[in-house]
Write a protein that binds this ligand. Structure first.
Ligand SMILES: Nc1ncnc2c1ncn2[C@@H]1O[C@H](COP(=O)(O)OP(=O)(O)OP(=O)(O)O)[C@@H](O)[C@H]1O
Length: 573
């Protein structure tokens, strides 16, 4: 609980005070006042009886107030915890390193943000307070019983220990079953998420039956693991209940013998039975709550393990250099790279790349599929750090030493796969940041979105639906281009950013970007259009992870090398 109380210390301590001290103390008072009430009734002392009734009423009022306040403070703590903890987990995941994030399925994260966190809230946090309150109730009741009659209290307590012993014997099994139930629940969420995300594929390939079978399998496992857990809970609950009845029997039976022998009064037995209630009830609850807490602990461990896996936050602290301007060049020196592989041997994707990108110049990056073009751009974005030899620098500053947010103010990328948020057109371009109408219109015009904006009654407020389902592939790509252009970063990388557009529109957008003075751009393209290629300052040709040619279109065509050969195969005339 140490790690969790920080989320709302005030209500945490208030809840502990009211549920752990105030409530059990008043409860003890009630038993003592009750004893006085019954004994004064049996002694036919009307004055004492009236007094006891009045005090009893007061104690009842305080008891109700204590219960209300302890619930209120506990609920406030849980509420604040829920808000802040979920925000914290979300931020941790969002801050994680791209590579580590990609190694886990989004279903895992989704399940963590839903089931796992709920289990921690429901089972760990709530059980913790219940354990505190019930343990205190138990302790105060034992003290009260000893104050009233210790001879009767001892046998009653011995019988009360049975459920605790049973629970501790079942505890390990319970935790294992809880772990399994949580794993199956998370796998179930992942499966459902996958099926719904791949709905189109399921329909197109007519695989509803197979998917339904897989779902059924996961669903059965989830339900079975929960049933098995509830069975164990049922067994431990029944044993607790039985012990509870036994405790009553001992308290009443022995108590009445003691009354006959003159060792206690009827009021004393009644008060002890009243207190026994607060031993039996907490004991039966304690067993269950302890198991719940263990289950919550298991969820907490699962969550921490996931966070540890992704908790390699992109280091972006203030020790890193802030680069405010791009003045001269990006330089790649002897850059080699392999993707970090967890299961297979590493494969070299880029080898010995040397390249100089000058400010304000426009570069086309072409080459065969799989030659490493995207990887090169990803390294410029520092999505991956160089794991092998080499160095990438911007204006002589090693890219690894640049503060990431300042890097992304200089460099931006437009990728082939565009993620569109379920929000308006304007939101998808501005992405929550504020820009003037002039800036928004500039980006809309340059990215060729004017027709879409003017052609609908809502304009830029048009809601584009989940992942832009109301848009065509080309429109999504235009949004992605507008996103980059509105930010006016001095360096722009485009990775097949116009692959969904026809030749006419591709030419229009590439021309618009070529016209932006001072912009340094590297454009990966498969559409080898000579009219466009001629406009680039240089064409960089990649093959098998190396740069084989670099120069203007005319130079490379004269050279009759790789570009020439590729153009002969795919040239668009
Ligand atoms: N995340 C990754 N993990 C492991 N290997 C990868 C990863 N991404 C790409 N690769 C591998 O790196 C090589 C280069 O891929 P890359 O995407 O850079 O090529 P590309 O030239 O952009 O290809 P295309 O033109 O088809 O987009 C390929 O062999 C690919 O399988």
């Amino acid at each position: 609980m140490e790690n969790y109380k920080k989320y709302d210390k005030l209500n945490y301590y208030l809840a502990l005070f009211f549920s752990g001290i105030v409530y059990p103390f008043i409860n003890l008072l009630l038993a003592l006042v009750l004893k006085r009430l019954i004994d004064s009734g049996i002694a036919r002392n009307v004055y004492e009886l009236e007094n006891a009734i009045f005090v009893c009423l007061l104690v009842c009022i305080f008891l109700a107030a204590a219960v209300f306040t302890s619930e209120l403070t506990k609920n406030r703590f849980v509420n604040n915890f829920s808000k802040k903890y979920r925000r914290h987990i979300f931020n941790e995941i969002i801050a994680s390193d791209l590579n580590e994030f990609s190694n886990n399925s989004t279903g895992d994260f989704l399940a963590t943000m839903t089931n796992t966190v709920s289990t921690i809230e429901e089972k760990y946090i709530k059980s913790f307070f219940s354990i505190v309150s019930n343990s205190s109730l138990l302790l105060f009741s034992i003290i009260g019983m000893f104050m009233i009659n210790w001879q009767l209290s001892i046998p009653v307590l011995i019988v009360s220990l049975v459920p605790i012993i049973v629970m501790s014997l079942l505890g390990g099994k319970m935790q294992a079953k809880q772990n399994l139930a949580l794993t199956q629940q998370n796998a179930y969420v992942s499966k459902v998420k996958d099926a719904f995300s791949g709905f189109l594929v399921i329909k197109s390939f007519n695989i509803e039956k197979q998917i339904s079978k897989e779902f059924q399998n996961g669903n059965d496992k989830r339900a079975d693991s929960e049933f098995s857990l509830s069975e164990l809970n049922n067994i431990s609950g029944s044993i607790s209940n039985f012990s509870g009845y036994l405790v009553f029997l001992v308290a009443y039976g022995l108590g009445m013998f003691m009354v006959i022998n003159g060792n206690t009064s009827i009021g004393g037995v009644t008060a002890i039975v009243q207190l026994v209630n607060f031993i039996v009830m907490p004991l039966s609850k304690l067993g269950l709550e302890m198991n719940n807490k263990k289950a919550g602990l298991a969820a907490s461990k699962t969550l921490n393990q996931l966070l540890e896996k992704v908790h390699n936050p992109v280091k972006d602290n203030s020790n890193y250099l802030k680069l405010n301007r791009f003045e001269n060049e990006i330089k790649l020196t002897n850059v080699s790279f392999s993707y970090p592989q967890h299961d297979e041997a590493e494969k070299t994707v880029l080898s010995n790349i040397n390249l100089q990108i000058e400010k304000g110049k426009k570069y086309a990056l072409v080459g065969m599929s799989g030659s490493g073009k995207t990887t090169l751009l990803k390294l410029l974005m520092r999505y991956y750090k160089l794991t092998k030899d080499g160095n990438i620098s911007i204006d002589s500053v090693n890219i690894n030493n640049i503060n990431l947010s300042s890097l992304y103010k200089l460099i931006n990328i437009v990728q082939q796969d565009v993620y569109i948020f379920d929000n308006s057109l304007a939101y998808n371009i501005m992405l929550g940041k504020s820009f003037t109408d002039k800036e928004l219109n500039y980006a809309i015009n340059k990215a060729g979105l004017r027709k879409l904006v003017d052609g609908n009654s809502k304009g830029v407020d048009l809601n584009v639906g989940e992942n832009g389902k109301a848009l065509s592939g080309g429109q999504k790509q235009r949004i992605s281009i507008a996103r980059a252009l509105i930010r006016k970063t001095p360096i722009l990388l485009m990775d097949e950013a116009t692959s969904s557009l026809d030749q006419k529109n591709t030419t229009a957008i590439e021309n618009a970007i070529l016209e932006i003075k001072d912009l340094t751009s590297i454009v990966v393209t498969h559409k080898l259009n000579p009219n466009l290629l001629q406009k680039y300052d240089a064409i960089i040709f990649m093959k098998d992870g190396t740069i084989t040619e670099e120069g203007s279109y005319e130079e490379l065509m004269k050279q009759k090398g790789d570009l020439y050969n590729l153009c002969s195969l795919t040239m668009i005339n």
